[in-house]
Write a protein that binds this ligand. Structure first.
Ligand SMILES: C[S@@+](CC[C@H](N)C(=O)[O-])C[C@H]1O[C@@H](n2cnc3c(N)ncnc32)[C@H](O)[C@@H]1O
Length: 219
């Protein structure tokens, strides 16, 4: 992260087109700092980068030497934007990212529908994922499922627009995922625009012995 990153980000914020709040950026940074203190640091992913407003914050959460995977349909594939949520622009995205990161070797751009991503190729060393791409129930469910597979234990997932009545598909997809795989991602902190979850796989509370203990009572 460049020196003075937060101040420059705050100053540039109003001039970058997007759908993100500075409060949410601070929440991402603070929450990430908490897991970093527990030794959890890795790759980061954002689905739906648009012009890069939130991507600047997400990119800053990548651990040194790790990747920032940035996903969007960008200009050329907007006919696949099922829920009409924003419209990514690769040129604007790159211009904005370039202002904040001197070394862009960590950036991996995936231009396409997020349903073309797969956990096997991405790996499972992600410490932070932000879902802000397609807003239909199906897209949200799929993106949630993908992130649950690629997040490292203790990693964070932030979901956009859970409470936005203009996009009821987001909560519908998230609730469906929760009902079907409810213990994979634990709900945590939230603000008015983001709902954060943590990947905390449940450990069995009780481990049954493979065979009954021999007490001699049944003889
Ligand atoms: C609401 S905007 C993202 C806003 C952005 N995070 C910001 O901070 O301003 C949604 C973005 O997701 C992209 N998108 C929509 N559906 C998608 C999909 N299925 N896969 C990948 N990107 C998608 C759109 O092109 C758009 O740029």
């Amino acid at each position: 992260m460049k020196a003075g990153f937060l101040q420059s980000y705050l100053e540039a914020f109003p001039s970058i087109q997007g759908f993100f709040t500075f409060d949410a950026a601070l929440m991402f940074l603070a929450y990430n700092q908490l897991i970093r203190a527990q030794g959890i640091a890795g790759d980061v992913l954002e689905i739906g980068v648009h012009h890069g407003l939130s991507a600047i914050a997400v990119g800053a959460l990548a651990a040194p030497g790790r990747r920032f995977v940035a996903v969007d349909l960008f200009d050329e594939m907007q006919d696949h934007n099922e829920s009409r949520s924003g419209a990514g622009n690769r040129e604007a995205f790159l211009r904005n990212i370039h202002c904040f990161f001197d070394n862009r070797d960590f950036l991996e751009i995936f231009a396409g529908h997020s349903n073309k991503l797969n956990a096997e190729k991405l790996g499972s060393q992600f410490s932070f994922c932000h879902i802000d791409g397609g807003h239909s129930p199906e897209e949200t469910y799929r993106d949630f499922d993908l992130c649950s597979r690629i997040l490292t234990s203790g990693g964070l997932l932030a979901l956009d627009d859970y409470f936005n009545p203009s996009f009821p598909g987001v909560s519908a997809g998230a609730v469906k995922f929760h009902l079907e795989k409810n213990e994979v991602l634990k709900p945590g902190l939230l603000d008015s625009t983001k709902y954060c979850f943590r990947n905390v796989p449940l450990k069995p509370i009780l481990t049954l012995p493979s065979r009954p203990p021999s007490t001699g009572c049944l003889r």
